[in-house]
Design a protein around this ligand. Structure first.
Ligand code: UD1
Ligand code: CA
Length: 475
């Protein structure tokens, strides 16, 4: 039977020195979210009380993150070890029927596993229960030492203190997840000494001190779930597991991943059933994608909202909204602030930014439509550019419904092209164009009769490649 009420304490005040990063370890992004957020989620799954998170006094951003996540930050002034971290929990918070301690650097832990250790603890009536796993080979985990005769736990020996007695055999290790009778660990924590290779107060030493009260273990089948992120190699290993979990979730919900191994989706991504991600897609942040879309190969989306039945090629899209039935061709760039309505189309290598593209409008290949309001059924010809910047400020270009912009036009903003107006190809448009009008701005074409023939003749006299002259017509 599970305890009536429980407190969770997450240890997150370490320096994370082995990661060699100036960012606090628990704030590093893992599949789009801080490492710590996953542990907070697992704690919230088992307890209705907000989790207590021990944070380093110098890590203001960690404290702010904990507050924003609904946790209770508790300051550990200096990183003097995991035992000292738990000791930082103030008297008034040491309440409840059980105290669960988690490491802030084990983001693969699930609420289900935390629940299992609590149930095991309650059922066995132990004073302390520690989760363990079996592992072969050298590692940085604390090793569980047992009495050779009866197998009872004697204590935990840290890697740095084991030194030369290390072998390649399989052993039992501390997973860093504990369940205590709430008042028990605190007197024992006061007895800790930093008499070890790291000069720290080890929480793992408390297990040895509580043996006479009754210590149990909860052996995990899956060592992977409590893998800690200590160095960059651990980080990559954990990230791989997390991405596999996300891929499994998407596939279970009916998303087709043509190659899960090369598809990277953040944990915050939502995709509806029936959509296909071709190999090499990277989908990040708060992106939602509707059903029956065909994405990639090699598309990158961040913070995007995409409707149903869209086709997106090898393009990069960010912080924008796309309706349904939209086609985004190859090598396009959708920069932040765009709304692209149903049935619209972006051709190869089109770029849009801070623009509204109305229903069924075409932004053809190599166009650059920045800071624009494009109505419905507009045709923006290939190579069209909205000149949005005058050197000081940005200006908008407005194109009315049904407007037709000929290829290679330069639209100098601020500018209004009226409804159903035409712009002749290759025009530089600097003044507004009224509804239904035609605007043409270009040099008149001039045909020079016989010019090419004379050029050839000239070259046949001087085949060294001299420039043929004159270019003017001759009689
Ligand atoms: C710890 C355990 C080890 C266990 C492993 C499981 C100790 C001494 N060792 O080792 O037995 O096998 O976890 O992953 O407990 N922290 C603080 N304050 C501190 C130091 C650490 O809050 O002063 C936090 C860290 O931010 C981290 C967690 O405690 O989230 C664990 O600390 P870490 O230094 O990573 O311990 P390990 O060497 O992994
Ligand atoms: Ca660790």
């Amino acid at each position: 039977m599970a305890p009536m009420s429980l407190r969770t304490v997450i240890l997150a005040a370490g320096q994370g020195a082995r990661l060699r990063s100036s960012t606090p370890k628990v704030l590093h992004a893992l599949a789009g979210r801080p490492i710590l957020s996953y542990v907070i989620d697992a704690a919230n799954e088992v307890s209705t009380e907000p989790p207590i998170v021990v944070v380093n006094g110098a890590h203001v951003d960690v404290r702010e993150f904990v507050e924003a996540s609904g946790g209770i930050p508790v300051i550990q002034q200096e990183s003097r070890g995991t035992g000292d971290a738990v000791r930082s929990v103030p008297e008034e918070l040491r309440v409840g029927d059980a105290l669960v301690v988690l490491s802030g650097d084990t983001p693969l832990v699930t609420g289900e596993t935390v629940r299992s250790i609590i149930d095991c603890h309650a059922a066995a009536g132990h004073a302390a229960t520690v989760a363990t796993f079996r592992l072969r080979g050298r590692n940085s985990y604390g090793r569980v030492e047992r009495n050779a005769e009866d197998g009872t736990v004697l204590g935990i020996r840290e890697a740095r203190d084991r030194g030369a007695d290390e072998d390649d055999e399989e052993h039992e290790y501390n997973a860093g997840l504990y369940c205590f009778d709430p008042h028990l660990p605190f007197p024992a924590l006061e007895k800790l000494t930093p008499d070890n290779a790291q000069g720290e107060y080890y929480l793992s030493d408390v297990i040895g001190l509580l043996v006479s009260h009754g210590v149990g273990t909860f052996v995990l089948d899956d060592a992977e779930e409590l893998a800690g992120i200590n160095d960059q190699k651990d980080f990559a290993t954990v990230e791989r597991c997390m991405r596999q979990r996300i891929a499994d979730r998407l596939m279970d919900s009916g998303v087709h991943l043509a190659d899960p191994a090369t598809t990277y989706c953040d944990s915050t991504v939502e995709i509806a059933a029936g959509t296909t991600l071709q190999p090499g897609c990277v989908i990040r942040g708060r992106t939602t994608i509707g059903s029956r879309c065909e994405i990639g190969p090699y598309a990158q989306l961040r913070d995007m909202t995409v409707g149903n039945d869209c086709t997106i090629g090898s393009s990069t899209l960010e912080s924008s909204q796309i309706g349904s039935g939209v086609t985004i061709g190859q090598y396009c760039r959708v920069r932040p602030g765009c709304t692209i309505d149903d049935g619209a189309y972006l051709g190869t290598a089109a770029e849009v930014k801070n623009a509204h593209i109305g229903m069924r409008s075409f932004i053809s290949h190599f166009s650059c439509v920045l800071d624009a309001e494009v109505g419905c059924d507009v045709n923006v010809g290939a190579g069209t550019v909205t000149c949005n910047f005058d050197g000081t400020s940005k200006h908008r270009t407005i194109m009315g419904d049904g407007a037709f912009i000929g290829s290679d036009s330069i639209l100098v903003a601020p500018l209004v092209i009226g409804k159903h107006a035409y712009v002749g190809a290759g025009s530089v448009i600097t003044h507004d164009v009224p509804d239904d009008a035609l605007a043409v701005e270009r040099n008149q074409q001039r045909n020079v009769e016989g010019w090419s023939r004379r050029r050839r003749d000239h070259l046949s006299i001087d085949d060294q490649g001299a420039t043929p002259t004159p270019l003017e017509p001759t009689s």
